[in-house]
Design a protein around this ligand. Structure first.
Ligand SMILES: CC(C)(COP(=O)([O-])OP(=O)([O-])OC[C@H]1O[C@@H](n2cnc3c(N)ncnc32)[C@H](O)[C@@H]1OP(=O)([O-])[O-])[C@@H](O)C(=O)NCCC(=O)NCCSC(=O)C[C@@](C)(O)CC(=O)[O-]
Length: 299
């Protein structure tokens, strides 16, 4: 299969990245990050989550962040909603697109959202109904598609079953998350072959964490499978609060460098992105997780 000529990047740093930070990040810093990312040309930014603050304290200020960002025309500003309460809070905050999140492993589903996979899918039905009524688009996530921190190996057929349910209930796109970053290029290709037989490939996205240093290889393998949407985090921020040891998402700067080298268009400016990543890295008090940004600042 030839590689896609255009890739859509879904920037998840302000949500997936910052949700895992132990120290509080101010609303000012979050707003500045989101605005810097839209200025760099990202067309989709996941800004926050409307989840229980007891479960993920760092996302507690999401409504305020939404109130203060400068919404750039054409940019989608998304948020996670695990239940109807989260959806309603998101709606009240002026969110126009939400994401629901399920897992391919029962144990992860219990640890992350305190219910089984089938209970979670049932919980999403009223969200889908309410979203339709209000003209809100819904994206879906499946976690643990290439391994689970509690159950180990996860069958691609199980990933496909959950992805198919999310797509059938109305998610316009389903993002497949290698939550603990154990996936390899071979496993990624096999997983997309199986899931791609159940959900059209142009409705699938790849969401890779870089824990084992495989994320860029997995993205390249996904491109070869015809996948053209990838989630990534500026400066490689993040991890997952319910997946111990999981490192951040693949750094957006590094994905962009890969895509630029392949001549694949994204509309994102690498230099502005590096600046946004360097600034938020200073805020969280860690060096950037982007190899490209590190190399550039050493020059
Ligand atoms: C789903 C629940 C709420 C169930 O949590 P629960 O305890 O079973 O829910 P509950 O309905 O019994 O409610 C418990 C309390 O939470 C409140 N509550 C209930 N719902 C909400 C809400 N929406 N917003 C704010 N508060 C809420 C509710 O009002 C109540 O408050 P209390 O009476 O104790 O004061 C909880 O487990 C939760 O919030 N989990 C979120 C976990 C999370 O955000 N994980 C990270 C995101 S997923 C991820 O990172 C993976 C991904 C997507 O990036 C892909 C990948 O890499 O794999």
């Amino acid at each position: 299969m030839s590689l896609p000529s255009h890739v859509r990047l879904v920037e998840v740093g302000p949500r997936d990245g910052l949700q895992n930070e132990a120290q509080p990040i101010s609303v000012d810093d979050k707003v500045q990050l989101v605005d810097a990312l839209s200025a760099a040309g990202l067309g989709y930014i996941e800004v926050g989550s409307f989840v229980s603050p007891k479960w993920v304290p760092q996302m507690a200020g999401s409504a305020e962040v939404f109130a203060r960002i400068q919404r750039k025309p054409g940019v989608v500003y998304g948020a996670l909603a695990p239940n109807l309460r989260g959806f309603e809070d998101a709606l009240a905050a002026g969110v126009k697109e939400v994401a629901v999140f399920a897992a391919a492993s029962q144990a992860f589903s219990q640890r992350n959202i305190n219910c089984s996979i089938s209970e979670s899918l049932a919980r999403f039905v009223p969200i889908m109904d309410a979203a339709r009524q209000h003209g809100i688009s819904v994206r879906g996530y499946v976690s643990c598609v290439l391994g689970c921190p509690y159950e180990g190996e996860v069958a691609a057929e199980q990933v496909a079953a959950v992805a198919r349910e999310l797509y059938a209930m109305g998610c316009y796109e389903v993002s497949l998350g290698d939550t603990i970053g154990t996936g390899t290029a071979g496993a990624t290709r096999r997983m997309f072959e199986v899931v791609g037989a159940q959900v059209p490939r142009d409705k699938l996205a790849g969401h890779f964490h870089d824990t084992y240093g495989q994320a860029l290889a997995n993205i390249y393998a996904s491109l070869q499978e015809g996948i053209a949407v990838f989630d990534s985090s500026v400066a490689g921020l993040g991890g997952c609060p319910y997946a111990k040891g999981a490192s951040g998402n693949v750094a957006t700067e590094d994905v962009l460098y890969l895509l630029n080298g392949l001549g694949i268009h994204t509309g994102v400016d690498l230099e502005q992105l590096i600046q946004a990543g360097n600034r938020i890295s200073q805020v969280v008090g860690r060096p950037t997780g982007s190899r490209v940004a590190k190399a550039r600042s050493a020059q």
